[in-house]
Write a protein that binds this ligand. Structure first.
Ligand code: NI
Length: 183
């Protein structure tokens, strides 16, 4: 099922997501619908916040950086996953445990259609989360996947990539969005 995506400047995008207590069938269904929505919209990442579910759930599907998947281990259960199985990814209650380096990239967002801007992020992160089966895993990510994960975790905290822009650029974007909504 494809879910409607909240668009900037919808105030509900500012709600801070709650931790998932149990990965039950409701969460599994949400994850499934989030994957369907992300793929239907040609996105590389989606946070539950964007589909008006204020829980710490993120999905990603980053195609073009193979190196990003080199270290994917289910440490708790001692299961290693192959590259193919590691994409697409689901992160429940994600937490960045290490971060290093800075990189500037052009970002976009399904909640801010038709707009892109440069944002500075860490280019190496270590993230710990639960997968859609409720198993703990740790992932080392670099490049586009690292950027995507940071962007999506921001969503869970009610932060949008446009918040990093200058006040003037934000004002212009808001005016443009209001104009487009009227038209
Ligand atoms: Ni986004």
């Amino acid at each position: 099922m494809i879910l409607p995506i909240l668009r900037y400047p919808d105030r509900r995008l500012r709600i801070v997501a709650k931790k998932v207590s149990t990965v039950d069938n409701t969460i599994k269904k949400l994850v499934k619908n989030m994957f369907a929505t992300m793929h239907a919209e040609d996105g590389i990442g989606l946070a539950a916040t964007q589909v008006n579910h204020h829980l710490q759930v993120v999905v990603t599907d980053v195609l073009d950086s193979e190196d990003d998947y080199l270290l994917l281990k289910n440490r708790k259960h001692n299961i290693s996953e192959t590259k193919d199985q590691s994409r697409p990814l689901c992160f429940i209650n994600p937490k960045i445990t290490e971060k290093d380096g800075r990189e500037t990239h052009i970002e976009g967002c399904l909640s801010v259609p038709g707009f892109q801007a440069e944002v500075s992020r860490f280019n190496h992160i270590m993230v710990q989360a639960l997968n859609e089966k409720g198993e703990t895993f740790t992932l080392q990510a670099t490049g586009l996947l690292a950027i995507c994960i940071q962007h999506e975790i921001d969503h869970l905290n009610g932060i949008l990539f446009v918040d990093y822009l200058s006040k003037l650029k934000q004002k212009r974007l808001l005016e443009k969005t209001k104009k487009a909504a009227k038209a």
